[in-house]
Design a protein around this ligand. Structure first.
Ligand code: DQA
Length: 148
């Protein structure tokens, strides 16, 4: 198994930077990808980075992670609160998962307080903006290379 992470982003995150910047910040998805690549490079990890507005595509990427990636960082966006299918896919591949949200979903509408993913995740980072992605990658670096 190579030390590679799959970083997945759900619907509407392609609009980061212009989408409700008071909630999600001014960084674009390209900025998030750059941050993830820089963080992973510095820690000696490889990453795959994807965003989709199509649930089946996300599920296909999750299925494809088995045997290729050692862990998954996922911001499932709205599917966090709706998708048993995304949760089942993550459970099926049995890789460690860190759930990330830019905003603190617990400070927001009650429909955002429930996550189908959290019960099968190692941990959840929310409210730290794009830094949450960096923290998730750092967690995996420590998990894979604890001597470093
Ligand atoms: C989000 C929070 C979700 O509730 C929302 O549907 C998103 C983004 C976040 O990163 O804060 O699209 O996952």
């Amino acid at each position: 198994m190579t030390c590679s992470l799959l970083i997945l982003n759900g619907p509407n995150l392609n609009l980061l930077g212009t989408r409700e910047p008071h909630v999600y910040g001014h960084e674009t998805l390209a900025d998030v990808a750059q941050l993830c690549h820089q963080t992973a490079d510095a820690l000696g990890l490889k990453i795959g980075f994807h965003q989709t507005n199509h649930e089946g595509e996300l599920i296909d990427w999750i299925h494809g992670a088995r045997g290729v990636h050692a862990g998954i960082v996922i911001n499932p966006a709205a599917w966090t609160h709706t998708s048993v299918a995304v949760r089942d896919a993550l459970a099926a591949v049995a890789l460690p998962v860190v759930e990330v949200h830019l905003s603190n979903v617990h400070q927001r509408e009650t429909f955002r307080h429930h996550s189908y993913v959290s019960p099968i995740a190692v941990g959840v980072l929310c409210g730290f903006g794009v830094t949450g992605y960096r923290m998730a990658i750092e967690y995996f670096a420590q998990l894979f290379q604890p001597e470093k």
